[in-house]
Design a binder for this molecule. Structure first.
Ligand SMILES: C[S@@+](CC[C@H](N)C(=O)[O-])C[C@H]1O[C@@H](n2cnc3c(N)ncnc32)[C@H](O)[C@@H]1O
Length: 294
C-alpha cells in the first residue's frame, strides 16, 4: 500500500483543518463529534424528502435495483446491517424476508429506526454502537453483513472493520458493501469544475470538512460545524477484506454517483455522471461482495 508522499500541492486546498490548525485529536474525539452531527442529521433526514419516511410507510422500497440484484434473495437470511441510520434500508431488507439487526452509533437514528420498524411490524431490531467497537456489545453470527452508501469515510480502520465482519459471518455467509468510489472522493464536490481536490492514499488522521446542512438538505440548520472523514483507497479496502479471510466475488465499478455534486451531470434523481466534455472516464460508485469460506 502506497503512503501519502511528504509534500503534495492539491489543485484545491484540502480542508485538513477547518480552523487552519493541524492538531491531532484522539480518534474518540473525532467519532464523538461525528456522532453529534449524525444525531442532528437523523432528525432532519427523518423529516425530509430525501429519505421520505412517509413513502416508506406506504411501502416504498429505498433499495436500489442493482444492489437488490447483486445481494440476491435474502428471504429467511439473518442480516447484520452496519451504519443503518434511520432504518429505511433495513426495513426494505426485512420486507424482503430478512431478519435484520441494524447498527448505528447515533442514538437518535436508532430511536427513529426502532420506531419505524415497530410501526411497520417488520422483523428488524436496532443496536446503538460504534461499529469499530461492536464486538464489545453485540455477540452473534449472521448469514449476511450489509452496509451501504456513505459508510467507509466515517471509519478510521478498515483492517479492524473487515476482520470484525469476517468474525460476524457464518461459514458460507457473505458481506455486501456499496459506496462512493475512492476515486470519486478525490474530486472537488463543491465546484462545478472537475478537479482533484483531496488525497487518494490512506492516512491515519481524518480530514476535517466544514458542514453546510446535510447532503439531503444543504439548507438545513445544524449546530455541528465540522465532520471528520477518513480517506481509504481501493487497494486498502480490497486488501483489508481479503486479509480478513473473505473471498471477493466481485468488485463492480459504476460510472454514476448517487448525489448531485456540482461537477456532475444529472441523469435522474439518483444518478449523476461526468459531463460528456470531461475528457475523463472515472468510476464514481462501487459494490463489493465477499464470502466467508465454508
Ligand atoms: C450515510 S449514512 C448510511 C447510509 C444509509 N445507507 C442511509 O442512507 O441511510 C452513514 C451512517 O453511518 C453512521 N456512522 C458513522 N460512523 C459510525 C460509527 N463509527 N459507528 C456506527 N455508525 C456510524 C451514521 O450515524 C450514519 O447513520
Amino acid at each position: 500500500m502506497r503512503r501519502r508522499p511528504g509534500r503534495i500541492v492539491w489543485a484545491v486546498m484540502s480542508p485538513l483543518s477547518v480552523d487552519g490548525s493541524s492538531h491531532m485529536a484522539d480518534v474518540e474525539d473525532y467519532v464523538t463529534s461525528n456522532r453529534h452531527l449524525w444525531d442532528e442529521w437523523a432528525d432532519i433526514h427523518a423529516a425530509g424528502d430525501w429519505y421520505d419516511l412517509d413513502s416508506v410507510r406506504r411501502g416504498a422500497d429505498k433499495l436500489r435495483p442493482y444492489e437488490v440484484q447483486e445481494v440476491g434473495d435474502v428471504n429467511g437470511l439473518t442480516m447484520l446491517h452496519l451504519q443503518c441510520q434511520i432504518g429505511t434500508d433495513s426495513v426494505s431488507w426485512a420486507r424482503r424476508g430478512a431478519k435484520v439487526t441494524g447498527v448505528d452509533f447515533s442514538p437518535r437514528a436508532v430511536e427513529i429506526a426502532n420506531a419505524l420498524a415497530k410501526e411497520l411490524g417488520v422483523d428488524a431490531t436496532f443496536v446503538c454502537a460504534d461499529v469499530m467497537n461492536l464486538p464489545e456489545v453485540l455477540p452473534g453470527i449472521w448469514d449476511a453483513v450489509y452496509t451501504s452508501r456513505g459508510v467507509l469515510g466515517w471509519l478510521p480502520d478498515l483492517t479492524k472493520w473487515a476482520r470484525m465482519i469476517a468474525d460476524y459471518l457464518k461459514p458460507g455467509g457473505f458481506m455486501y458493501l456499496t459506496d462512493i468510489h475512492p476515486i470519486a472522493k478525490v474530486l472537488d464536490d463543491t465546484s462545478s469544475d472537475l478537479r482533484v481536490a483531496r488525497p487518494y492514499w490512506p492516512r491515519p488522521e481524518p480530514i476535517a470538512y466544514g458542514v453546510d446542512g446535510t447532503y439531503a438538505d444543504p439548507t438545513a440548520k445544524v449546530s455541528t460545524t465540522v465532520k471528520y472523514l477518513w480517506t481509504h483507497s481501493t487497494g486498502e479496502l480490497i486488501t483489508a477484506v481479503g486479509q480478513a479471510g473473505l473471498i471477493i466475488e466481485f468488485f463492480h465499478e459504476f460510472e454514476w454517483l448517487d448525489r448531485p455534486w456540482p461537477c456532475l451531470r444529472k441523469q435522474d434523481d439518483r444518478h449523476y455522471v461526468l459531463p460528456q466534455n470531461a475528457g475523463a472516464e472515472l468510476p464514481l460508485f462501487f459494490s463489493l461482495r465477499a464470502r466467508k469460506p465454508l
